[in-house]
Design a binder for this molecule. Sequence first.
Ligand SMILES: O=C(O)CCC(=O)C(=O)O
Ligand SMILES: [Fe+2]
Length: 219
Amino acid sequence: MLGKRFTIGVIICVTLVILYKIASNIGLKSQFDTVVATYTIEAKKLGLRILELVSEGLGLESRFFGDKLSESEILSINHYPPCPDPSLTLGVAKHCDPNLLTLLHQGDVSGLQVFNNGEWIGVEPLHNVFVVNIGNQLQIISNNKLKSVEHRVVTNSRVARTSAGFFIGPSEDSIIEPEKSLVDDAPFYRAFEFKDFLLHYFPNLEDNEVVMGHFKSQA
Ligand SMILES: O=C(O)CCC(=O)C(=O)O
Ligand SMILES: [Fe+2]
């Protein structure tokens, strides 16, 4: 299963490199840089605004998730070619996002599914709409008041699909723990460094219980 994810990861990287090379070869390198930079700046602004609203909703000060907790950002372009037999493979295996918040632009081809009440439900793409995913770190910091959703991507045999995921997350040296004001009786998770979460996440990403279980509080 990890092999599938690895394959997808390679496809993502190759897609970005190919796009970059094509843009450079046809003299569009500076436009490519501008588009990626503009998208990154605007998506970060939107993500930070959503995080301010989430903070207010949780009763925290609006800048709570500013600075180190939202310092890193990754723009990942996923390309899924049509698959002759979609029953044989997934585009992306089931996982929760390991970061704080994800803004996903699905394009106009369906494929994303979320796991809810024991079944996979398709999230149909809407024009100019982002899917906003709560990541594992937001679940931990909110002490389970917010839940990260398990999701996956299925393939289809007719058309290629391209999506853009914008991942906002903590700096690797951030200390993550449930925010004290959100803990009623006892914290559900212990404190840890974000880089340790990533080390444990990638070998286990298809099993969210195992991922999160490792960081549960012993109390
Ligand atoms: O392509 C998609 O719709 C989702 C991809 C995804 O879940 C991810 O990259 O984490
Ligand atoms: Fe994801």
